[in-house]
Structures are given as structure tokens and as C-alpha cells.
Design a binder for this molecule. Structure first.
Ligand SMILES: [Ca+2]
Ligand SMILES: [Ca+2]
Ligand SMILES: [Ca+2]
Length: 354
């Protein structure tokens, strides 16, 4: 389903679209998470927002409540205070859920950030654009900007052309070596023929230059329909946060970033504006629960060693030896063979999975 259709389903009532307004980096142990609420529903109902902590957030302040934006398309701003745990370390991942309550429905938006990450790149596109290689019309635009006075656009003045293929390549290689988590974020607004004219976010593990092999990646708002590559398409005339989990590129040291615009042979529009592009990474050791995904040799007697396959934070671990010491169906992992990225959790109980 294209975004416009999804939005139509909500428009009949009181509906708000939340945008997380803060950078990916959280640098202080106490502060506020800031968000905006765009009224996209016909009704002017009240709205409240609260935060459900998921990971590395000790506590949050009281919820935000508002009687409702008076006019369709209005934007309100809110914030909720947070306190991080005492022992949080640079590079630790934060996760929480914005819960939006309006018109009798609950909407949830999961946010991931990193505490004191390493900034791989940040470009507000207000200064020199020497780090960019533009083709077929891309350039700076002062028509719309999320920050400062400029963004970049595939058609900075007027509508894009039909049957257009054009790109903006960030020509500095991005280094995610040693990273255990990394995210790309940028702000975007667009008018483009839904499904036919689109923007792809692309990464290459072989750098941005000659010989690169760019592939489209999924973000929070990309759509991949009818076997098309994941793309931003359709109409979003308010600045929208796009984020991409770069987990498939962790460890690579020569990554290229490209925005690829394509249009079909008919129906043109104003196109895309992009601003405040940011990539952060964490090199922190991942401490996460082990999840057993396959246990072979089921039924061995008590005391026998087993080999199981497990993952930590979604990544396969080398074979784990476990000793069944409780019963045939309740085991403790005694020895976990770590690779360089992981601290071995000791005595991780896996009984629920046997
Ligand atoms: Ca800007
Ligand atoms: Ca078109
Ligand atoms: Ca344009």
C-alpha cells in the first residue's frame, strides 16, 4: 500500500503524525526528547504522547497532553524529559517508544538513538557542497530548508523532468569499521507521482567512486511495492524524518552514499528536498540477551554437551557449547565462543527454548 492510501484511512478522525526532532546522538544523561505532532486528521481531537522506555533509559517524565491543533496541517511541538542509567557508556544504544493517544486509537513509534556515538558524517547542506557530486539537475535549493537556508534537491527550481535519472553522491567514503550499530538519518519533503517518480536511498560497500555497487536500502518511510526497489514516493509536504538502520554495513570501511531519483515518462511534480544528513556509529561492545534459534541434538541425556546455534542482537554467534545440567529440557549455556565484537554472557539461561 502506498503511503497516501494509508494516510487516507486515518484522516477521517483525530490523527497526528509524530516526528522525532532530535539528532541521533544523545550526549547528556538527563534532558528532553523533543518531537512535533502534525495534525493530519479531519477532527480536532485532543492528543497525548508518552514515552515507553525499552533500552538504556532509566526514567522519563510525565506525558505531553494537548487539547488538539485547531487546523488541519498545523504542527505542535512537545518534549518529555528523560534520565539515563548511571552506568551508561558511550556507544550504548537507546530505544524507546513514542505512544500517541488520539481519537480513541494508540499509535506507536519506536525510536533508536546512540549515547555519545561517533559521528561518521553530518551535513546541514548550508555550507560548501564540495563533498557532493550531482548529476542531471541536482543542486542546492533555497526554496525549502529544514535547517538554515538550504537543502539539496533533484530539481532545485521548478518541477522535475519526465524520464529523468539523476543522482547526488556523497563522495567521501564512510567508515563503519569496528561499528556494532550505525544509523543514517535525514529530513525530506517531497511531491512526486506516487510509485512512478521516486527517490532511492542507496549504499555501496565498495565506496562512492568508480567501481561502486550501489543498492537501495529500506528506511522507515520507504515503500517497496510490486517488486520495485525501496523508495520514497508520493506526497509528503511536511519535513519528515527518515532513518535507516545500517546493520548490513557494519564493519565496512569504504561505504558510498547516493540518492537516486528516477521519473517515468509522464506526470511531473516539484520533487524532493533533503536536509540535515547524519550518520552515527557505535563501537561499543554489545551486551544483549542471547537468543537460541536452533537447538540440535535435542533429547541428549542430562550432563551431555549440546551444540546450539544462537544469535545476539540479531547476529549469528559461532557454535555454542551448552551443558544440560538441569534436565533434558532445561539447559544452561556454559561456554560461549565469542567473536571479536561480543562479550560472552556467562551462564545465560536458555531453558525457555528447549
Ligand atoms: Ca540546511
Ligand atoms: Ca511521472
Ligand atoms: Ca523541484
Amino acid at each position: 500500500m502506498f503511503f497516501a492510501n494509508l494516510q487516507m484511512a486515518y484522516m477521517g478522525g483525530s490523527y497526528y503524525e509524530l516526528q522525532d526532532r532530535d539528532r541521533l546522538a544523545v550526549n547528556t544523561n538527563t534532558g528532553s526528547f523533543n518531537f512535533s505532532l502534525l495534525r493530519t486528521g479531519i477532527s480536532a481531537g485532543p492528543v497525548s504522547v508518552n514515552i515507553i522506555p525499552l533500552q538504556n533509559i532509566q526514567s522519563v517524565g510525565s506525558s505531553f497532553a494537548h487539547a488538539g491543533a485547531a487546523t488541519y496541517g498545523d504542527t505542535m511541538h512537545g518534549s518529555i524529559s528523560y534520565t539515563l542509567p548511571m552506568g551508561i557508556l558511550a556507544g550504548d544504544k537507546l530505544r524507546f517508544v513514542y505512544e500517541i493517544n488520539t481519537g480513541g486509537i494508540l499509535l506507536h513509534d519506536t525510536i533508536e538513538k546512540i549515547y555519545q556515538p561517533l559521528t561518521v558524517m553530518f551535513d546541514n547542506l548550508d555550507g560548501s557542497l564540495a563533498n557532493w557530486t550531482f548529476s542531471n539537475g541536482w543542486g542546492a535549493s533555497t526554496v525549502n530548508s529544514f535547517s538554515g537556508t538550504r537543502s539539496i534537491s533533484e530539481s532545485p527550481s521548478g518541477d522535475y523532468a519526465s524520464s529523468r535519472t539523476s543522482s547526488a553522491v556523497y563522495n567521501v567514503p564512510l567508515d563503519l569499521s569496528g561499528a556494532t550499530a550505525a544509523y543514517l538519518s535525514f529530513w525530506v519533503r517531497h511531491r512526486a507521482e506516487n510509485g512512478d517518480d521516486k527517490l532511492q536511498i542507496q549504499l555501496s560497500p565498495s565506496g562512492p567512486g568508480a567501481g561502486s555497487s550501489f543498492a537501495s536500502v529500506c528506511g522507515r518511510n520507504t515503500i517497496a511495492e510490486n517488486n520495485l526497489a525501496p523508495s520514497l514516493t508520493g506526497i509528503r509536504e511536511n519535513w519528515t524524518r527518515e532513518t535507516v538502520d545500517l546493520e548490513n554495513y557494519l564493519g565496512a570501511s569504504n561505504i558510498g552514499l547516493r540518492f537516486l531519483f528516477t521519473s517515468n515518462g509522464s506526470n511531473t511534480d516539484d520533487g524532493f528536498y533533503i536536509d540535515d544528513i547524519e550518520i552515527v556509529k557505535s563501537n561499543a561492545i554489545v551486551l544483549a540477551p542471547v537468543k537460541v534459534v536452533n537447538a540440535a541434538e535435542e533429547g541428549k541425556s542430562i550432563g551431555a554437551a549440546r551444540q546450539i546455534i544462537a544469535e545476539i542482537a540479531g547476529k549469528k554467534l559461532p557454535a555454542i557449547s551448552v551443558l544440560c545440567i538441569l534436565s533434558q529440557h532445561h539447559c544452561l549455556a556454559l561456554a560461549i565462543m565469542p567473536n571479536a565484537h561480543y562479550k560472552p554472557p556467562t551462564y545465560k539461561c536458555c531453558h525457555s527454548l528447549f
